[in-house]
Ligand binder design. Structure first.
Ligand SMILES: *Cc1c(COP(=O)(O)O)cnc(C)c1O
Length: 372
């Protein structure tokens, strides 16, 4: 067995996962043969039913992106100019762009210490009569829930919209992320666990809401009764999604095993530990997220030099209100800022060979040990 491959910052380990061939080509050919390539293709309802079954919810609506899913969900709750949407300060840009698309005001809320969950006390402080929705965000596939939030919102009628774009298969209290709020929004962009190139879908248990989402994203089905947009997913992409959905379970199992191998190699008293999840909750390991107990910037640089750049280096990830576009909405969010400054994301997808995972485990352990 050779482990002589050398990694460096100029050749970072790819964090995209290319699923193994699952006969997508034949599925696309079937759509081509049928001749209907649009969102009206016969495969669309099959794909939507398969999604609903996989996640164990009554309704799924396929759309052309995660951004479209979020926008459609916000519109369904009458988000528009003069209204507000509560968002976590940990949110990356695509979570909050749809709020601006609605012409609404994003209200940035802090997370709980060491967690991706919204701080219920800060939510309570910032709720107004103009609040149309609260977006929760299981970022990097890590649970981001706090049961007090649902209890706080119940009497107000303000819905929780889950941005589960990175959280396909993340388990929270025995349920899947994206099935806990009024509506869950998913992306099937290339970087996500289920990829159709571009694409997305919405999940909900509410029949009337599902019908409204379907109507809005399909131009009101051209009945001329309601306003809508064209967010339909094209047939060939739905066919690819339907095929790839079959390997999602196995992919998540492998991601969890890979993450476990890297975590098991970490020294118990080192500088790195995993981001905390509640007992029984399970990340889908979109990324393995480590927290630096000390010297986070130095550790990030060491990882990057090894070809393992964290998101802050790879994508310039930072808290929302540190982005120029959202600076005007800045409030004090010390917990989210601390989380963003101390978390380090590692790839652990099944496209990485056992040798590569072993190498990442040894490298990360060595970096965690240094300085202790
Ligand atoms: C990818 C992503 C989106 C947007 O999805 P697109 O399909 O790229 O539009 C939104 N939120 C989060 C957290 C994402 O990761």
């Amino acid at each position: 067995m050779t482990t002589s491959v050398s990694y460096d910052a100029s050749r970072p380990i790819d964090d995209r996962y290319l699923p193994p061939d699952c006969d997508e080509l034949q599925a696309v050919r079937d759509v081509l043969d049928d001749g209907r390539l649009s969102g009206g293709a016969a495969v669309l309802p099959l794909y939507e039913r398969a999604l609903a079954r996989w996640f164990g919810v009554p309704h799924a609506v396929a759309v052309n992106s995660g951004s479209s899913a979020l926008h459609a969900a916000l519109v369904a709750f009458k988000t528009g100019p003069g209204t507000e949407v509560i968002v976590p300060a940990t949110a990356p840009l695509p979570t909050v762009m749809p709020v601006l698309t609605c012409g609404a005001t994003p209200v940035v809320v802090d997370t709980l210490p060491g967690s991706l969950a919204l701080d219920p006390t800060d939510v309570e402080r910032k709720l107004t009569v103009r609040t149309r929705a609260v977006i929760t965000l299981p970022l990097w596939g890590y649970p981001a829930n706090d049961h007090r939030l649902a209890a706080l919102l119940a009497p107000t009628g303000v819905p929780i919209v889950e941005d589960a774009c990175q959280a396909h298969g993340t388990e929270i209290a025995g349920r899947y992320a994206g099935t806990l709020g009024r509506v869950g929004c998913f992306s099937t962009h290339d970087r996500k666990l289920l990829s159709t190139g571009e694409g997305g879908f919405l999940l909900t248990g509410d029949r009337e809401l599902a019908a409204r989402l379907d109507d809005y994203t399909h131009l009101g089905h051209l009945r001329g009764a309601t306003h809508g947009v064209n967010y339909k997913l094209a047939g060939p992409l739905a066919a690819i999604g339907l095929r790839r959905l079959e390997q999602l379970d196995a992919q998540i199992t492998q991601r969890r095993a890979n993450a476990r191998a890297i975590l098991d190699a970490l020294p118990v008293d080192g500088r790195l530990r995993e981001l905390h999840s509640a007992n029984g909750d399970q990340p889908n390991y979109y990324n393995l997220v480590l927290v630096a107990e000390s010297s986070p910037a130095l550790i990030a640089a060491e990882l990057a030099a090894s070809g393992l750049p964290p998101d802050s280096v790879r994508y310039g990830y930072r808290p929302l209100h540190k982005q120029p576009l959202f600076r005007a909405y800045a409030t004090e969010c010390p917990n989210a800022e601390m989380l963003a400054a101390t978390t380090l994301q590692l790839p652990c997808h099944p496209g990485m060979s056992p040798e590569t995972i072993e190498w990442v485990a040894r490298r990360t352990a060595a970096i965690a040990r240094r300085g202790t």
